[in-house]
Design a binder for this molecule. Sequence first.
Ligand SMILES: *Cc1c(COP(=O)(O)O)cnc(C)c1O
Length: 474
Amino acid sequence: MKFDLNKKHRKKVFERVMEKLECFYNNTQNFSITPSIDVQEIKEFVNNQDLKSGGNYNAAIDHVTTGLEKYSVHTSHPKYFGLFNPRSNYAGIISDLISAYYNPQLAAWSHAPFAAEVEAKVVKEFAIKFGYSQLDSDGVFATGGNEANQTAVLCALNNKYPNYACDGLFGVTKRPIIFCSEEAHHSVHKAAKTAGLGYECVISIPVDDKLKLETKLLEKEIQAVIAAGHDPLMVVGTAGTTGAGTIDDLVRIGEISKMYNIWFHVDAAYGGGAILSTKLKKKIKGIELSNSITFDAHKWMSIPMGASIFLTSNPHILTQTFSISTEYMPKDADGLEIVDPFSHSIQWSRRFVGLKVYLSLLFYGWDGYDQVISNQSVMGDLLRQKLINNGWSIMNNSALPVVCFMDEKYSSDINFTKVILERVYQKSQSWISVYPIKNVNTFRACISNYNTTEDDLDKLVCELNLERKYYSDE
Ligand SMILES: *Cc1c(COP(=O)(O)O)cnc(C)c1O
């Protein structure tokens, strides 16, 4: 049994894979976006395979590519107006292949010095972009925003309680409290849960008319928490909420956090992409005041999943939180101006995630990103305009291309969005979601694909107009 296959077989397998993949990548717009889901059928499709003896390469490749084509929501489609899931850019795709071939081990610097230095360089570039200082900043690649937010909670704990690394919560006498807005991502709650704090330590602050965290209420809650004998640990400001693309008042939250000496984390998993656009970067002003940032490259940078960056303006906290000394890890890094990634991260053995971002920058440059992100923002503005021209109302107030809209005639009709969405999914020409704003269900469309054109927007609006007419005629 040869795991390598031989050269001839490899070539054949590769050609067959590439043929399939290129057919999908070139013609994504011709695929049906939403699969019809028959759970039994999908389970059988997976379970009917013989895993005993292997050997049939072609059949295996056809099986997995067919499965992915038939039974996935095609987030790469130009009319997928979805949940920050991008189409993968080509540099990112190739990077995943390259990483798999060389399979560098990024746990220790000395095993993969080039890879480790690439990640260090990319992390530093982003730290500076977000307004941190060159010297007093640090960071690490993570699998996703969830891991990055969890990293933030662990850093905040280690920052607040110097003995936390040793004693854990047994050395903590007051209950640590985390503040975020009602619109924040629930990975914050999950981080609290997995850090041993319990998700009830998360206080969700109400939002204002623009769905931004009410900073006056934040201050009141902080005072109330202190008065009750608890310990304010961390405030999370969101730059680009998952629901409505709202950016909290980061400047004010930064001031309040500083005043009360609380760790200020910005969850910019999606909205952090604004920093790459000359036009949008001012919208996330205040992010530079933070102690840490979550930024998902696998969202607005169109990098294949999963690639997130955790950044911090505290150059020591990652080491304090994660380093551990072992007998079996290579010691070459000791005393050198380098960092062993395993001492900075929840992970140990690590994939070369940073390559996807680095190669994308080598391929497209910051300039390329500026253009693409600005263009997606223009598409968002166009979509708003087209919807308004067709009698829809915009229900959110986002500086980013996240558009929540409704026909206000139907605001109190709970069936309206439900019936229309069911039909949109069934027809499978486009994909949008529903998001409740102030108790009214609205349609939500995000320009998450760099290939989405004005023509795609026209088709979406046209489809929704027709569905609205169908609904009113019923
Ligand atoms: C997507 C998202 C997350 C979670 O990130 P993953 O990469 O899915 O783990 C966290 N916060 C916000 C604001 C997000 O949009």
